[in-house]
Design a protein around this ligand. Sequence first.
Ligand SMILES: C[S@@+](CC[C@H](N)C(=O)[O-])C[C@H]1O[C@@H](n2cnc3c(N)ncnc32)[C@H](O)[C@@H]1O
Length: 273
Amino acid sequence: MEIIANNHHTDTIVNTIHCIDCVIGMQQLPDNLVDLVVTSPPYDDLRNYNGYAFDFEKIANQLFRVVKQGGIVVWVVSDKIKNGNRSLTSFRQALYFQEIGFNVHDVMIYEKKNTPFMRSNAYTNCYEFMFVFAKGSPKTFNPLKTATARSGKEKLVANKKADGINKKVWGELNTEKTLTNIWQYAVGLGGSTNDKIAFQHTAIFPEKLAADHILSWTNENDIILDPMCGSGTTCKMAKLYKRNYIGFEISEDYAKIAIERIKLLDSMPLLEF
Ligand SMILES: C[S@@+](CC[C@H](N)C(=O)[O-])C[C@H]1O[C@@H](n2cnc3c(N)ncnc32)[C@H](O)[C@@H]1O
């Protein structure tokens, strides 16, 4: 594990997990370095997390500075419910990102296929937000596709003319279409990841979620940052897909897990996506 020195030599910073407060970590990075951020903050503990400082506004401001023009921040977040009242911290954070200059490019949904969180007097909560903030207009978009239900040649309805006759013409149906902005993932062992060690962290997101954003918004050799990298999911997927990564994590225990998972990349059977 490396603790970064006070310098601007980014080649000593990339492709490493750093045990550091991400505000201090980002202060070491030059402006306009990062192509993509995929991260998930500690939900709702705005000032404190396991005794660690979490200063949301400073983090957001640093993100705006270090992200390139056309770069993207994917902010995966949910709200806590206290005394039956949903905090809406997620929305407040999104509005702040917009205030400091990001475009709210999309508000996507991360739907969990298997969710344990049930409430006796409300519907089972099965999703988190994936806010997609863009600095300007996204410079890269490689849309993920899915197979269409029908393909091949089919008689398609052509526009009705004034005579009222609905002419059908032969046409070729598309074999695939762009995904919607609701993405569904299995969670837990075998869903989020095969790495048992990752579950020593209580709040990981699925590898496929990170991978899908990485493939959508970046190309090979781009730089991906996770300022609160936890068990290292984003960094692991960045390495797998031949991108550069920077991981900051304030807890030494979690940073060690992240380093271990990246090492496992070469030896573990990967999840089949
Ligand atoms: C929701 S978890 C991220 C989990 C991660 N996405 C994964 O898949 O493992 C949030 C992480 O932020 C870390 N954290 C909180 N404040 C931080 C700070 N100021 N700088 C860096 N990391 C911080 C916490 O220790 C925690 O591991």
